[in-house]
Design a binder for this molecule. Sequence first.
Ligand code: ZN
Length: 137
Amino acid sequence: MLTWFCPNCWESIPEDGSRCPSCGYRLSEYASLSYDEKLLLGLSHRIRENRLAAVSILGERRVERALPIFEHLLENDPDVYVVREIVRALYRFQSEYATRLRVKATGHRAKMVRQAARAALHYDDGQNLEGRAEARQ
Ligand SMILES: [Zn+2]
C-alpha cells in the first residue's frame, strides 16, 4: 500500500483527504504549485531518498531560488549525504553565490563533504576559486 505524506509537515495522510489532519494544510493547494515549488518543498521531506532526489533535480534545473535553502542546509543539516548531494548540485550553477557556497563547503566538518567540494572545485579547471574567496574576506 502506498503511504501519502502531507507536503507541508510530512505526516502521513489519508489518500482522499482535502486537508492534512496534522497541520491543516490544504492539499488541493499543493496541486497548484509549480514543479520547482514542489521540489523546494521536497528539500524538507522526511525520507532521505526524496530529499536527495529533490536536491539533484533542483541542481539539474539550476533553480536559483534553491540556493538560500542549500546554504541553510549546508550549515545545519546533520545528514551529510544530503549535504554532499547539495555540493554536487552546486557545481551545476554558474552564479557567484553558488561558487561561494562551494568554497564554503571545503571547510565543512564532514570529510566526505569537504572531498566532494574539492572535487567540484577541481572541475572548474584553472580558476583558483579558493584563492579568490580568501582575497574577498
Ligand atoms: Zn500537514
